[in-house]
Design a protein around this ligand. Sequence first.
Ligand code: 4AZ
Length: 257
Amino acid sequence: IVGGYKTLRGDWPWQASLWLRSQSKGSQPLCGATLINSCWLLTAAHCFKRFGTDATRYVVKLGDYHTEEQDDFERVLTPEHVEVHRKYSSESWEHDVALIRLKGAEGKCVSFNPHTNAACLPAPGSKWGKRPASCVITGWGMSGKIYTEHPGMLLQAWVPLLPSWQCKKRYGERFISHSMLCAGSMTSDLRRHADSCQGDSGGPLVCQGEAGRWVLTGVISWGHGCGDPSYPGVYARVSRYLPWIEQVTHSTAPLQH
Ligand code: 4AZ
């Protein structure tokens, strides 16, 4: 997260991280992810591009705050299954979504506590309307302008959603599909330009809906650089994937809560 702020422990209890399991060097951080119910996380498809979709190669951390320190509520779990969207394209970044199933009986993989909880999914057919909604991105990714700083603790940043046309004007019409959304202020204030960055991918963009609920609206996906006001961050539009999420997770209960 570039141009962001420190979070407090437990602020964003659905934030998870995906790591490559490694015996010799300790695990290696790969991506962010979001807990959407007791057994499933939503992340980006491109997180599995390098090391494949064999679930046993990865670990998922929940309730974490400081990546280098042992936190009281931190839990390390082994995924049982990785499902990458079958139409994901590494060339166009289209359908950059994947689901991770945790081990355990359906609905009983992890117990929730103040540091581990699921994010709400958008209600089917919900729209944010014409007004730009302000949303929050969180992650342990790069924080510096030249992408070298690792903050250690979870960072957050407010980012406004942008109309598609504004984003298409920057990246070109054909690069921004209906399944993507863009976020980030387009001011020329370079000092604190909030954006997601390398290492944040797969993590959440949440927007506060009615009744103050945080709704998982985007999955951090791609962008040209980080924190450049000319190039907003691009996110997978979660509302487009509700049928897919429902199908893969075999959830019969309503997914939003
Ligand atoms: C990345 O490399 C990445 N500024 C993620 C998000 C953005 C750029 C790059 C958006 O994972």
